[in-house]
Structures are given as structure tokens and as C-alpha cells.
Design a protein around this ligand. Structure first.
Ligand code: HPA
Length: 306
């Protein structure tokens, strides 16, 4: 081989970088591989945010599969995100939990970030429950509050970053999907009712989540701006998965755990940091776990799956 010829690995790498999406056959291959690997037939997929992976440990008949063992699956690179797909039952409900998700700031294109969602759809999942850690922009929010996501603002979308960009595959959904009803109203109502039953109405909120690309936390001016735009919480995830889930007709429920108050004041000495986010989400994860486990068996089958 001459000094300038490419190695097969390099060629593979370059081919990978030129890709603009997965093929239908790749989604199908992964879904079929997983269906052959587990007897579990989940109707709900739970995406676990930073520090919230403990929920998957509570599953009965637990089967954990490493992302690195699953064909076509991206790998998680973030501290605090384990990188397992866990099948089993949560309070009797057959579920698949993502212990670790993929983010834009890791360098993944959004079609990779959202790969698991279409795989879940092809496996027969009809509802996605997304969780995340978020900074509180709403001045009434406190650290430890749980916000039921009512709506979102997709800031990367304003800059041309959307997981649905590229050729549309009608087998998944339409070219121009509506997302004005992204967060299912009856599931939101159920979540707030379950929060009340658990005696935690005080910490339950309902609000607007704003996603940014990250990985840096926001400037003070950005926090003030986002809050004025109508955002109650800010984070670096969730929205791409929600868009892809809605595109293929899945029903969505989302929770943001408020792990820190976004800094909105130039006199403040506080600065956001990942360790604090993880610590708070671990400290508050028990209540999130209770909420999710109690809620899951009460999610009715979704008859609207396309
Ligand atoms: N900003 C962005 N993402 C976050 C934050 C934040 O303050 N807290 C947890 N994730």
C-alpha cells in the first residue's frame, strides 16, 4: 500500500461521515435483532436523562443489552449515562428503558441521536416517556421540582438542525408533521394526578422546555432571553427524540427534573456545573422513579399509532 492510499478503516470512517441518515432496512434490522433477543414486547419506551438511570434497576424480569452489542446503535459517551437498553416490567408494564441517550453535543447528527425511537416504533412501542435534567428559568421553580413538559422550543431547529431534515420516508410519517400537540394532553393530566396522589403536588409543574445544542451552559443574557421567549426550563436533549416520535405517531409524555436554577442575575455567584446536575438528579431520582412506576400501568394502549 502506498504512503497516501487509505486504509479500509479510514475509508469506512469517511463513508460514515458522508451519510445523511439510516435506511429503513437498518432500523428494521435493529428492531428484529432486539425482538429476537428478548421475549419482552414493550408498549412504552422510557428515555432516562442524566442521573435518572436508576429507574431501569427497578425493572422485573430485567434484560440489559449494551449499546455496543446492538447492530447499528450509536454509543453513549457522557459520564452519568450508562449505555444500556433495558427490557422488563416496571410495576407490571412491559417497557424498554434507555439508560443513556445520545446528544448533539457529542458530535452525533440528529438522525443518529434519534435512531432508537424509530427502532422502538418498529418493535411495537406506542408511547415514549422522555425524562431529562434541566435548568429552571421560571423564577417560581425550585431545585428538585418536576416539570411535566407542556410544549417545547427547538432552538437548534431555528438554526437548521432538525432530525427530520433530508429525504422523508413515508413509512415512518409525513414530510410536514404537526408538533403543536406533541405532548399528549391526557398523559399530562394523568402525570399531574399521579403527582397529587403521591403528595408531591407542591413540586409538580407544567411548562415549556427549551432545547439548546450545548455543551456549554447558558450565558446570563441567554437565560433572560429564553425566559422572555416563554421557556420555563432549559436543557440539551429531548426535543429531537420527541420530534421523531411524533413523526411516526408515537404518543409522548415528558418530565424535566429541575436540577439547578439558571443564572439570570449578574450579581449571582452561582455557575451551573455537571456534577451539581448529577448530584441533584440522583437526590431527586427517587421521587421521579415513584412517579413513573405508579403512572406506567395507567397508560392506556394508544390506538392512534400510524
Ligand atoms: N442548562 C442546560 N442544560 C442543563 C441545565 C442547564 O442549566 N441543567 C441541566 N441540564
Amino acid at each position: 500500500m502506498s504512503k497516501h492510499s487509505k486504509t479500509p478503516q479510514k475509508e469506512q470512517q469517511e463513508k460514515e461521515q458522508k451519510r445523511t441518515g439510516y435506511t429503513y432496512e437498518e432500523y428494521k434490522e435493529t428492531a428484529d435483532w432486539l425482538l429476537a433477543k428478548t421475549k419482552c414486547r414493550p408498549s412504552v419506551a422510557v428515555v432516562l436523562g442524566s442521573g435518572l438511570g436508576g429507574l431501569a434497576e427497578l425493572m422485573e424480569d430485567r434484560e440489559a443489552i449494551k449499546y455496543s452489542d446492538i447492530p447499528n446503535f450509536p454509543q453513549s459517551t457522557v459520564h452519568g449515562h450508562a449505555g444500556h437498553l433495558v427490557f422488563g416490567k416496571l410495576n407490571g408494564k412491559p417497557c424498554v428503558c434507555m439508560q443513556g441517550r445520545f446528544h448533539m453535543y457529542e458530535g452525533y447528527p440528529l438522525w443518529k441521536v434519534t435512531f432508537p425511537i424509530r427502532v422502538f416504533h418498529l418493535m411495537g412501542v406506542d408511547t415514549v416517556l422522555v425524562t431529562n435534567a434541566a435548568g429552571g428559568l421560571n423564577q417560581d421553580y425550585k431545585v428538585g421540582d418536576i416539570m411535566v413538559i407542556k410544549d417545547h422550543i427547538n432552538m437548534p431547529g431555528f438554526a437548521g438542525q432538525n432530525p427530520l431534515i433530508g429525504r422523508n420516508d413515508e413509512r415512518f410519517g409525513p414530510r410536514f408533521p404537526a408538533v403543536s400537540d406533541a405532548y399528549d394532553k391526557s398523559l399530562r393530566k394523568l402525570a399531574l394526578a399521579v403527582g397529587q396522589e403521591l403528595g408531591c403536588a407542591r413540586i409538580m409543574r407544567e411548562g415549556v422546555y427549551c432545547s439548546l445544542g450545548g455543551p456549554n451552559y447558558e450565558t446570563i443574557a441567554e437565560c433572560v432571553f429564553l425566559n422572555r421567549l416563554g421557556a420555563d426550563a432549559v436543557g440539551m436533549s429531548t426535543v429531537p427524540e420527541v420530534i421523531v416520535a411524533r413523526h411516526c405517531g408515537l404518543r409522548v409524555l415528558g418530565f424535566s427534573l429541575i436540577t439547578n436554577k439558571a443564572v439570570m442575575d449578574y450579581d449571582s455567584e452561582e455557575v451551573a456545573n455537571h456534577e451539581e446536575v448529577l448530584q441533584t438528579s440522583k437526590a431527586s431520582s427517587k421521587i421521579m422513579e415513584k412517579l413513573v412506576t405508579r403512572l406506567l400501568p395507567r397508560i392506556e394502549p394508544n390506538n392512534n399509532v400510524v
